[in-house]
Design a binder for this molecule. Structure first.
Ligand code: FNR
Length: 356
């Protein structure tokens, strides 16, 4: 019996299958506001019956955007366009999550299809970046300004307020983006965090920023499931490790974080990532095994039998897929077909099952 098409029960929500659309920035927002692009882009995965769609990294403050085209939720006026998307996704029977993010020193860059360069603060599409320290990501980048303790508290409050708006918009899941070298991960990594105050140095100090965000965000959640996406390793000597990720997951579990969405990398430019099929799955597996938390595996999961095997081997509880869904928004239909599982398609598409 296929596990991929077994529902996944969370405390307050049920995913109808275990295929999750991994968050994917579209760089197509206007001043942080969602556009028709987002409705169509995310809506197609709901028509395609994904169990849950995780909306792209959505900035909690304007300077937390990777590019000037990122989505934001720093303003109540940004809620209605997102609610429209949420309502459509729900009308198709899928769940939807929002990934709340701050890019820190990796902010203020161009849209990737133009180039990935960072703008100088004075450029019309750029701004002064902030970070855990003054170390830039690339040597050539303009250095970030190191956050003061007051700035840190302001950002924590921004996460809380954005989470509150996400609740108003009706999301089922709030995911904190603590991966890929963005601000929360910048605090974790000893390769970036050289602070001497209570936010730097020891493991306890480096995770403090995330834990304070978790505590504040939990206060505004009603029935939403709180997830954290982490990079389980920096893939670089002296960086954040899987051992620390497991320790962190144990603590997050105590704080009612329900799911760890396990990615890797992104902290430093000199990382060495051995990218191959399932390359991140062992990290999800280790966190799941050692903490008994619900985990998601992501990264080069491209085939139905491959995804099914990950679940059968209990290496993760669900799979997140990004590029596969870009190539085929109805990947769930195809995976079900390949695994000989009968699923309902959107009724408007049912005739697509008929032969010509
Ligand atoms: C991504 N990824 C990503 N990750 C994340 O946590 N937040 C994000 O907003 C984005 N944005 C994004 C945009 C695009 C266009 C791609 C292709 C990827 C990473 C993504 O969620 C996933 O972890 C990786 O792509 C690996 O999974 P796949 O593509 O091998 O299935």
């Amino acid at each position: 019996m296929s596990l991929l098409f077994q529902p996944l029960e969370l405390q307050n929500h049920t995913l109808k299958n275990r295929m999750v659309v991994s968050p994917m920035c579209q760089y197509s927002a206007e001043n942080g506001f969602a556009t028709n692009w987002h409705l169509v882009h995310l809506g197609q995965f709901a028509i395609g019956k994904a169990g849950l769609i995780m909306q792209e990294a959505t900035a909690v403050v304007p300077e937390g955007r990777i590019t000037y085209g990122d989505l934001g939720l720093w303003n109540d006026a940004q809620i209605p366009a997102l609610k429209n998307i949420v309502d459509f996704v729900h009308s198709q029977g899928s769940l939807i999550g929002i990934q709340l993010a701050h890019a820190g020193r990796k902010a203020s860059t161009n849209k990737p299809w133009i180039n990935r360069n960072q703008f100088l603060p004075e450029h019309e599409n750029g701004w002064q970046t902030v970070g855990v320290s003054t170390l830039p990501y690339h040597q050539k980048d303009h250095p970030p300004v190191a956050l003061t303790k007051q700035n840190i508290q302001e950002i924590i409050q921004a996460f809380k307020q954005s989470a509150q708006r996400a609740v108003t918009a009706g999301y089922n899941v709030v995911e904190l983006h603590a991966a890929h070298g963005y601000l929360i991960h910048q605090f974790f990594s000893p390769l970036i965090n050289n602070r001497s105050d209570e936010y730097g140095g020891s493991f306890e100090n480096r995770i403090r920023f995330l834990l304070e965000i978790v505590e504040q965000v939990q206060q505004v959640l009603t029935n939403q499931s709180l997830w954290v996406r982490i990079s389980a390793t920096d893939w670089a000597e002296g960086g954040w490790t899987c051992f620390e990720s497991v320790k962190l997951a144990h603590i997050l579990k105590q704080k009612n974080v329900e799911v760890i969405d396990v990615s890797t990398g992104g902290a430093v430019a000199h990382q060495q990532i051995p990218e191959h099929e399932n390359y991140q799955v062992p990290f999800a597996n280790r966190i799941k095994t050692e903490t008994n938390m619900i985990t998601g595996a992501v990264g080069l999961i491209t085939h139905a039998k491959q995804a099914e095997a990950i679940l059968q081997k209990k290496e993760a509880d669900f799979v997140s897929i990004a590029r596969g869904f870009l190539q085929n928004p109805h990947l769930v239909y195809d995976f079900a077909n390949e695994l000989n599982v009968a699923i309902d398609w959107a009724p408007q598409y049912e005739r697509g099952k008929e032969s010509f």
